[in-house]
Design a protein around this ligand. Sequence first.
Ligand code: WTA
Length: 655
Amino acid sequence: MPNSKQKNHANVSTLLDESRIFSPSKKFLSNVQIKDDSLIKKAAQDRLAFWAQWASKLTWSKPWDKILDWTDAPFAKWFVGGKLNACVNCVDRHIKAGKGQKKAFIWVGENSDQRTLTYADVFAEVNKLANVIKDLGITKGDRVAIYLPMVPEAMISMLACARIGAVHTVVFGGFSADSLQSRINDCEAKLLITADGGYRRGNVLLLKEIADKAITGCPSVKNVLVVQRTKSSVKMISQRDHWYHELLAKAKPQCPPEEMDSEDLLFILYTSGTTGKPKGIIHTTGGYMTGVAATTKWVFDLQDEDIFWCTADVGWITGHSYIVYGPMANGATQVIYEGSPDFPQRNRFWKIIEEHKVSIFYTAPTAIRAFMKWGIEWPKGCDLSSLRLLGSVGEPINPEAWVWYHEHIGRSNCPIVDTWWQTETGCILISPLAGITDLKPGSATKSLPGIDVKIINEDAKEIKEGGGFLVLTSPWPSMLRGIYGDPKRYKETYWSKWSENIYFTGDGAKKDTDGYFWLLGRVDDIMLVAGHNISTMEVESALVDHPAVAEAAVIGATDEIKGQAIVAFVTLKEGKPSLDRIEDILKAHVANKIGAIARPRQIILTADLPKTRSGKIMRRLLRDVAEGRALGDVTTLADVEVVEALKKKYEHVES
Ligand code: WTA
């Protein structure tokens, strides 16, 4: 394999093979921005001064008096006293710099629709929308809920809120009426921006109908702004509902930006919690913008001529940080795609990359595994030579998928940045810097400059080599500032396991002899089998390493003898000849790869795995299935049928 060299290391794990190293190609290196470790050295010398230097690359209307106030830990204040506006930083300043004609969005609809918006176009529409929102009675600090498909109006709505100091809360367009209702009620949004519908796999999802159902139970919502996307027939309630395009046509063209304090709320984004009640994660302005703007440049090596494509929906933190605020603060040109990767065919993504000459592509392991399952003939037929860097986010990427992505999408020429972060962290915290970090498939490598990530044990003792809990030991600019309306839950969830100075990520990780981080998933995904810690992810990686396996989800089911026994739910690749006794073959394969201790008690073949709408496997539900319990909270599940089918299958296997 090109660019791969072997190193001799004692293995921490049999499967997470630390000896495989990929160095960046000459072609990539010839044009990369970060070529040496001066950034890392600077951050190590004076962390706060380092962050202040990156903050000063933003446009501030008033400079800050103090970089960090951590006296009331864990409630941080960054760039205290500074004033700025996020929308000005994402739009106005590029126009001032003469880049109004640069493309901001190349939007591709799932059907054949396409729209290109320059920064000047975005500026014009954001200003008008900001005036519309103001005329609907929204002022600084008010909450606005956004429930839209992936259309330019979604990004424009977020920026228009930021312009006038309103706090947006984007709810993913795939969420149900109940989920939308509980989020709106939690933050008491006054305005909802939605659409008549959205396209998904050729079907129309009637968003307005769902929104109508939701807001019957939302007394705070006074107005609804409706984007016309599908021209589906909708019921408009007079006084309350307004067509977006009609009000925009009448709106004044200029809306002066609100001067915001560095610590004023920028947005609330809901993420699932263990108790079922979603947590409204809050992010403020100055620190968040500093974190996302800087990391976009470092991690993706974003340059003026790049065409950047992050496939996330704007309803997730990835869409907030790496479609709207990070790339736009850097004046990027981005591809935005509305629909599904397999519509009308399984090569849709590759066709888009070919047509628009995408140079940086950022997606999720779950998507990569789907591409693997569909087979290499789909990307093979497309010209992907414009790509120069690939990214991954959302869950650990198994080495098998990493290598596939590298070879078949990156043509062994593009580094892969495996980026670890969370809704709560705001920006990427662990990732390679592609010009200087050697890559190991399956490892997110090292923490970014200015970020203090450690692995500790139960007694808060640092583990320099080996596994434990992943924590942050210093505040960072884009950290969450709390849970909306619930400071107690904020403290308890993140800052109480050891002390109010140690942020617990909830993830397990290990560090190898080179100091590389290997993420092992949520700590509740660690199984204890006959007294041994085995991560679900290790067993999943072993399974996916078998040529017949497309995807695997592993859980520890209660077992009288072993404490926990390994149960694996497996989907097989399409188009492969079926193997006799495949379950036994796979059990032996895992035992062979990791050791007999990790041999699954059961392998259950299934056509699909239950996933959240952002693509994470819901292991909790699989545990419910395996232990014969009633299913817990299923509101975040993308397709309820999948678990029902699994339940039947499992009961059948058991009986
Ligand atoms: C997981 C998504 C391993 C992790 C940005 C984290 C990852 C949770 C990675 C946050 C990665 C995200 N490697 N695990 N590169 N990226 N995770 O809030 O468990 O949707 O705690 O943010 O996803 O998910 P969230």
